[in-house]
Design a binder for this molecule. Structure first.
Ligand code: IMP
Ligand code: MG
Length: 179
């Protein structure tokens, strides 16, 4: 526990076992393929690291960095690519991996950008989903946990670039972001 956290939603053990399940499902779905796993920085770095180690068979890993949040808790709707991929997505089966699907602005925009580059397929894997906040028509193919509309941190997720190193996922005390 951390003094800025109101309650724990998922412990390290619970996350670990769910990520293992997701890795098994993805391994089965992509058996015989060589998917390109694309982590969306910064939030997905912990999830990607754990998920790819649960994927058996061939895969490649690359990262993109986008900005959409600044230091607040609301998505601006504007998404900017800060770092692009090193590996070409042309004719590749890509799996976009993000920490959380919230408004959907980030993944909606990225899907459009990547679709234009001619991949064979695009799938989406997210650790968390907040469906009540969706502003864009987008759903994930692989979801760790569906959560209510609360601002969460830990396991890669941040507020103002803090708390990413927590090994659990918890709800941030509102007084921290209302300060
Ligand atoms: P979307 O574009 O609104 O779907 O938001 C995607 C990004 O917003 C995620 O990759 C996170 O970086 C950030 N985000 C959304 N909700 C939360 C949250 O509860 N805690 C921390 N970051 C969040
Ligand atoms: Mg983020």
């Amino acid at each position: 526990m951390h003094e800025d956290v109101k309650k724990v939603l998922f412990t390290a053990t619970e996350i670990n076992s769910r990520v293992r399940e997701l890795g098994n499902i993805i391994s089965t779905d992509f058996m015989g393929y060589n998917p390109l796993i694309i982590g969306i920085l910064n939030g997905s770095f912990v999830f990607v690291a754990d998920l790819v180690r649960q994927i058996t068979g061939r895969c490649q890993v690359d990262f993109m960095a986008v900005s959409s949040y600044g230091s607040g808790t609301e998505s601006s709707g504007r998404v900017k690519i800060i770092k692009d991929l090193s590996i070409s997505v042309k004719d590749r089966d890509i799996i976009l991996v993000d920490d959380i699907l919230d408004s959907g602005n980030t993944l909606y925009y990225l899907c459009q950008v990547l679709e234009a580059r001619g991949p064979a397929s695009i799938s989406i894997a997210v650790l968390l989903d907040k469906p009540s906040r969706r502003a864009k028509p987008i759903t994930a193919n692989y979801t760790g946990f569906v959560i209510p509309d609360e601002f969460v941190v830990g396991y890669g997720l941040d507020y103002d670039d803090k708390y990413r190193n927590l090994d659990f996922i918890g709800v941030l005390k509102p007084e921290i972001y209302n300060k």
